[in-house]
Ligand binder design. Structure first.
Ligand SMILES: Nc1ncnc2c1ncn2[C@@H]1O[C@H](COP(=O)(O)OP(=O)(O)O)[C@@H](O)[C@H]1O
Ligand SMILES: [Mg+2]
Length: 654
């Protein structure tokens, strides 16, 4: 192969993945009215690259950021190009290909769904949130070139694309490390060659970038941003609008903060802190990550957003902490070893919890709980120290009152003689409200808190009490209802030991026990956990997650000795009828009531269909004896026989 040919083939052509192509199309067309934000995204990328280079220099002995480094915005009217130039970490050839062309890190589908939902004023924040900012360049450019040289390397490369299907990468020259993004502007985007227009955009969107930004005008690079560290200003000097703008910039968020906390800690521990709690729940995609991203600065300089300045259960808090007590050249290892971070974390947590406590009466507090209560609850599980404080902050739905209630208010409503706070956890509040196991509580005027977050399946196992009152699951607490007998309850019940035995015999290992219950009033049957500390919702969730904590013992089938159906079955059991086929149907009914699928859906459907058909043959229900059909032993003998046969067949198959 000749030299010439080699040079010619040095240009390599790549295709964007299908995902990226769709993304490009989406970004270019849906954000058209906000297209000036391309500048915000490119400047933000340049700032990120500078941050990363500085941090790399501290921790990996990579070359430092040169003195006076800035982000330069250079309009060139004759060439009709706009260049954004930085001296950041740069990209090598593989990084250019990977970061600007082959990996769409966030789902296009999720992005377009959010875009469709978003109000117009929210759209400009979405691309930042989804990490697709670079592609916004194609809103204003017919061709984008990126010339980059990785810090510590000699070779540079040029990435080039028209944003339609393919891009090329060629060897290039760059005299120092860093990146130039060169936009060949579309004919209708010439406004972005005007330095004054550019300055307006920078002021609006990028004023908080901590690196100097310059715009070239008449051959001179003129400063365009203030780059002030807002968090270091005295509170009275910061306008509400500044806080808002900074908050949006920080988290790529488009709402207003619900809570803004800005203070300076003095004394043994010195730092500035500016923390925000959003007024809306950010997109689900942001919740995949559990680590707090509160930013750590040392003497204004951004160090990292991975210092773990807040525990995971406060990860919805956004913000900045700036300290003088660490050296500017702090390394990753040093960050992990220094006792300073845990001490700052403790101070931040205490401040946040204290402040939240003072706001529980605020009108927005309920939204705060709706947005972040589920995350806060994770602290009940993993942060012993703050358990009581978190419980005090939480609000719950209840079987007794509308809306949200606090544990303190619950305690105020407890019945004389009631010892414990009762809770029940499940998938949906509506289903919990109607749960069979709550009937006995309701009839006795015992309030139960209804918990429907997945985390609610777990924390009651770890939290013993609040203000000295034990927290107990309503599905356990077997003896508790005995203390509050209902008038006439025992007279209405039938002795059902024979039935219990018959059902247990029929169901075998599918249940641990069949027992009579005071929990049931209207319902005939219900399923409860088979052991102390068990919870069916928790078992369901762990099963769904593909995890088995430990072998769970089979559930208990509770039956209501006051229910006409159970009474009639009890009589049949005494008379020696075979109740085996019905036993399975009862268990399936209890499973469905609990929110489980039947174990044998088709068999269950067949059994119920037969019962319904038997009812139809006898004519419409009279209304006087709604449970008469089950009592008449002649109503469905053939059906039960057939069912027994099928069960035998099934066994053979197993
Ligand atoms: N000026 C730059 N210097 C170095 N790397 C860059 C630069 N611009 C973009 N990149 C790389 O391209 C990636 C994609 O950028 P972008 O689409 O804006 O998403 P995000 O900034 O959210 O990661 C960045 O994560 C970074 O790795
Ligand atoms: Mg970006």
């Amino acid at each position: 192969m000749t030299e010439d040919l080699k040079t010619a083939s040095a240009e390599e052509k790549f295709s964007f993945g299908a995902e990226i192509e769709r993304l490009l199309d989406l970004v270019v067309h849906s954000l058209y009215s906000d297209r000036e934000i391309f500048l915000r995204e490119l400047v933000a990328n340049a700032a990120d690259a500078l941050d990363r280079r500085r941090f790399a220099a501290l921790t990996e002995a990579a070359p430092a950021v040169p003195e006076g480094a800035a982000i330069r915005i250079i309009p060139d009217r004759p060439a009709r190009t706009l260049t954004i130039s930085d001296e950041g970490i740069g990209m090598d050839r593989e990084e250019l290909i990977a970061h600007l062309g082959t990996i769409a890190r966030s789902g296009t589908l999720a992005f377009s769904a959010e875009l469709a939902k978003a109000r117009p004023e929210e759209r400009p924040y979405l691309i930042g949130q989804f990490g697709v900012g670079f592609y916004s360049a194609f809103m204003v450019a017919e061709r984008v070139e990126v010339v980059s040289r990785r810090a510590g390397r000699e070779d540079a490369y040029r990435w080039s694309s028209e944003g339609r299907g393919t891009f090329t990468v060629t060897p290039a020259e760059r005299d120092r490390a860093g990146t130039d993004v060169i936009l060949h502007l579309k004919a209708d985007a010439e406004e972005f060659l005007d330095p004054y227009r550019l300055e307006t955009i920078v002021r609006k969107w990028a004023d908080h970038i901590a690196w100097p930004i310059t715009i070239r005008r008449d051959g001179k690079d003129l400063p365009a941003n203030e780059g002030t560290a807002l968090w270091r200003k005295p509170r009275q000097d910061v306008k509400e609008e500044d806080y808002k703008a900074f908050y949006r910039h920080l988290g790529h968020l488009f709402d207003d903060p619900w809570l803004t906390l800005h203070w300076r800690a003095e004394g043994t521990l010195e730092f500035y802190a500016l923390l925000f709690i959003p007024s809306r729940r950010p997109l689900a995609i942001l919740e995949e990550e559990r680590d707090s991203r509160v930013r750590l600065h040392v003497r204004r300089m951004f160090i990292t957003d991975r210092a773990g300045l807040l525990p995971p259960w406060l990860r919805f808090v956004q913000g900045v902490v700036d300290t003088e007590d660490l050296p500017l050249n702090v390394s990753r290892e040093m960050l992990q070893a220094t006792p300073l971070i845990p001490r700052i974390r403790k101070a931040l947590v205490n401040r946040l919890l204290g402040d939240l406590k003072g706001r529980t009466g605020d009108p927005g507090y309920v939204s705060f709980i709706e947005n972040f209560g589920a995350i806060l609850k994770e602290g009940l599980w993993e942060d012993f120290e703050h358990r009581e404080d978190i419980l005090g902050l939480l609000r719950f739905r209840s079987s007794a009152v509308e809306g949200w209630t606090s544990l303190e208010d619950y305690i105020g409503r407890m019945k004389p003689g009631q010892e414990a706070i009762y809770v029940i956890a499940g998938e949906r509040i509506e289903a919990l409200r109607e749960a069979a196991v709550l009937e006995g509580f309701r009839a006795r005027g015992l309030e139960v808190l209804l918990l429907d977050d997945p985390i609610d399946a777990f924390w009651p196992d770890r939290v013993d009490a609040f203000k000295g009152k034990p927290i107990r699951r309503a599905t356990q607490a077997v003896g508790d209802l005995e203390k509050f007998p209902l008038p006439g309850e025992d007279a209405a019940a039938l002795p059902i030991e024979t039935l219990e035995r018959a059902l247990k015999n029929a169901l075998g290992d599918a249940v641990r026990e069949v027992r009579s219950s005071r929990r049931l009033v209207e319902s005939a049957v219900a399923l409860v956990p088979g052991e102390e500390g068990g919870d069916l919702f928790r078992e369901r969730l762990t099963r769904r997650l593909g995890r088995h904590e430990r072998p769970v013992s089979p559930p208990v089938l509770e039956i209501n000795p006051r229910h006409p159906l159970i009474k009639s079955l009890a009589r049949r059991a005494e008379a020696g009828d075979d109740l085996a086929p019905l036993a399975e149907t009862l268990l399936e009914l209890a499973r469905i009531g609990e929110g489980e699928m039947p174990l044998h859906p088709q068999r269950f459907v067949a059994a119920v269909t037969r019962l319904l058909a038997a009812g139809e043959e006898e004519g419409p229900p009279s209304g006087k004896a709604p449970h008469g059909k089950e009592t008449s032993p002649s109503s469905a003998p053939s059906a039960t026989e057939r069912e027994a046969e099928e069960r035998e067949k099934e066994k053979d198959h197993d």
